[in-house]
Design a protein around this ligand. Structure first.
Ligand code: G3I
Ligand code: 9MR
Length: 544
């Protein structure tokens, strides 16, 4: 049977920037034209031709049509009409259409802070009691050392919960914190006066840096005295379906790994240069601990995290570290300008691809291209740049080849597919910055359209935004706080066909296997590394 997920018009449910391409996907009805109606005047403002488009295997191969309303640039609220199908959702064309979304996506980190009560002036209806002070965390056997033996206690407060669970994981914190710090480092003016209404909003530090510092302060506690870094801080089993304050299970620092040490080194090196002007007195310590972690990793280049028998929290396992070495070396080089780190970067340089928690080679590229031009030999800089542009060109090719007009291919539909999409948009916006070619930006904007509803499930994948967004994310706070609306501004993982959670999915094709249900931790969980590229891409678009 034809797995038609929806007979609806699929478009960006929030809306479009006035000068953006504006495309909607229309069911394959026997009609030639579409009409755009202004909600403000009730009048027809535009009539256009429907074109037919290539079907998309990953979405079940059904055929559909495309409505292109790019030529409408007047700000306002609109909907689309096509005979034979329901009117589309209402949407805006406005230059501030993504402002609130950006701020809310950033604010979601505040809602996921460990060791802090969320107070009503900042959290409104989602205020809650403090959970997980983590001032007494036990050293697990797998993390023991002579200076900190098994069952000794360390203090490891603050940090963000990783996702729908209450664990704090160094590896995933690495890319998530990087991406928020890069948002600031690449668009400092944009962040100068943005107020997200967090407790620190009235100090002289941009809110995004205050937010990231909550996690960096925690990260800095995850290093042992010899420079090694604990892999994670979690309970042994998963927490219950309960609020943070109710989870009284004992918490442990568990395992050590080369990836944790290198991700730690990269983030603390980066933080050193970014927080330096704010003279917070910590940056000297951060840099020496980053260099110590680097040294440790050089002496322990192959320590793979292996999950102990008594532990079932998230694994974030990885067994190839050249990409982490190259990233840490790049950050250390930009911060210290010591030639040995450039040599090490060149030594460990890895093929770039869309970044993820397990493959961070691209993060080195991103930092070196945007911060390194003055200090990297021109031949090397040009090489890195041409590789970046080749990767982006490949994404533009995918965009041109896809009937939905999004740069997505079947292999992108993994656990957290929406973050693959947004990291592609991050690459495209960086290519746009390096070369100004409009195609890069068009393809990046198409991904914003995709996550906000122009996709074959018809969901806007960000809680609280769009006419049909997730109500039941796999997020323990949202499911147990007694408030109907989930915490806003969270991007869910998105469709893929793994079905590791055994939930009752309607479909099998990767781009439509999604369910808005607490059950679905494989498609409907949220995570700090998934939200971060949403923040970055929106900042890049709004700052452009
Ligand atoms: O490594 C294999 C690869 O060789 C193979 O080709 C591919 C085919 O699908 O699978 C790859 O393994 C995947 C692995 O991630 C590495 O990318 C697994 O299928 C996939 O199930 C696994 O998903 C991870 C998931 O945890 C389960 O371990 C997600 O990337 C990761 O984001 C997610 O992270 C969890 C934390 O553990 C706990 N906190 C919540 C967080 C989000 O769900
Ligand atoms: O809630 C957990 C989620 O945060 C993780 O991403 C996921 C990864 O395996 O696991 C979830 O926990 C489930 C566990 O794996 C199996 N039993 C049900 C748990 C959730 O209800």
């Amino acid at each position: 049977a034809d797995p038609i997920t929806t007979q609806k018009i699929q478009l960006n449910q929030l809306g479009y920037l006035p000068n953006a391409r504006k495309v909607a996907i229309v069911p394959n009805v026997n009609q030639q034209s579409f009409r755009l109606v202004s909600l403000d005047t009730g009048k027809l403002v535009y009539k256009g031709k429907l074109t037919s488009a290539k079907s998309w295997q990953a979405a079940g191969n059904r055929s559909f049509k495309v409505a292109d309303l790019s030529s409408v640039i007047k700000e306002g609220r609109y909907f689309l009409k096509v005979n034979g199908v329901a009117d589309s959702a209402e949407f805006d064309i406005a230059s501030n259409v993504y402002d609130k979304l950006h701020d809310s996506a950033l604010k979601s980190y505040y809602f996921n802070r460990s060791s802090l009560a969320i107070e009503s002036p900042y959290g409104q209806q989602w205020s809650r009691a403090e959970g997980h002070a983590d001032n007494e965390v036990k050293v697990h056997a797998s993390a023991a050392s002579t200076s900190r033996p098994e069952s000794s206690m360390i203090e490891s407060t603050k940090g963000w919960y990783d996702a729908g669970d209450y664990g704090k994981y160094v590896v995933n914190s690495g890319i998530a914190t990087y991406t928020l710090l890069a948002s600031y480092e690449h668009f400092p003016t944009f962040y100068q006066n943005r107020n997200t209404n967090i407790p620190e909003s009235n100090d002289n530090i941009p809110d995004i840096l205050n937010e990231a510092k909550w996690n960096i302060d925690w990260l800095a506690t995850m290093q042992d005295t010899d420079g090694s870094v604990y892999h994670k801080l979690t309970t042994l089993a998963w927490p219950g379906k309960e609020m943070p304050v109710q989870d009284k299970r004992e918490r442990f620092v568990i395992g050590k790994s080369t990836s944790a040490a290198l991700d730690y080194a990269a983030v603390l090196a980066m933080a050193t240069r970014i927080y330096e002007p704010y003279n917070n007195g910590q940056t000297k310590q951060w840099l020496s601990s980053a260099e110590l972690a680097w040294q440790w990793a050089v002496s322990n280049p192959n320590l793979v995290y292996s999950q102990p028998d008594d532990v079932s929290s998230g694994e974030y396992g990885d067994d190839s570290f050249n990409d982490e070495f190259s990233w840490a070396a790049a950050e250390l080089f930009i911060t210290t300008q010591k030639p040995k780190y450039l040599e090490q970067y060149l030594n460990f340089r890895s093929k770039i691809d869309v970044p993820s928690w397990s493959y961070v080679a691209y993060l080195a590229t991103s930092t070196l291209l945007i911060k390194g031009q003055a200090i990297i030999p021109p031949v090397i800089y040009q090489k890195i740049k041409s590789e970046q542009l080749a990767l982006a060109d490949n994404l533009v090719q995918q965009y041109n080849d896809n009937g939905y007009q999004v740069p997505l291919v079947e292999s992108d539909f993994v656990w957290g597919s929406n973050s693959v999409a947004l990291n592609k948009a991050l690459i495209l916006m960086q290519a746009h910055r390096l070369s100004s070619k409009q195609a890069y930006k068009n393809a990046a904007l198409s991904i914003i359209d995709y996550v906000l509803g122009r996709n074959p499930t018809d969901y806007s994948y960000v809680t609280g935004f769009g006419s049909k967004s997730p109500l039941f994310p796999h997020h323990r706070v949202s499911v147990s706080d007694g408030i109907v609306a989930p915490i806003p501004g969270m991007l869910v993982g998105g469709p893929h066909s793994g079905k590791q959670d055994g939930c009752d999915y309607q479909f099998d094709q990767p781009a439509i296997t999604y369910i808005d249900d607490w059950c679905s931790y494989a498609t409907n969980e949220v995570a700090i590394n998934w939200n971060a590229p949403l923040v970055y891409v929106l900042a890049a678009i709004l700052a452009d």
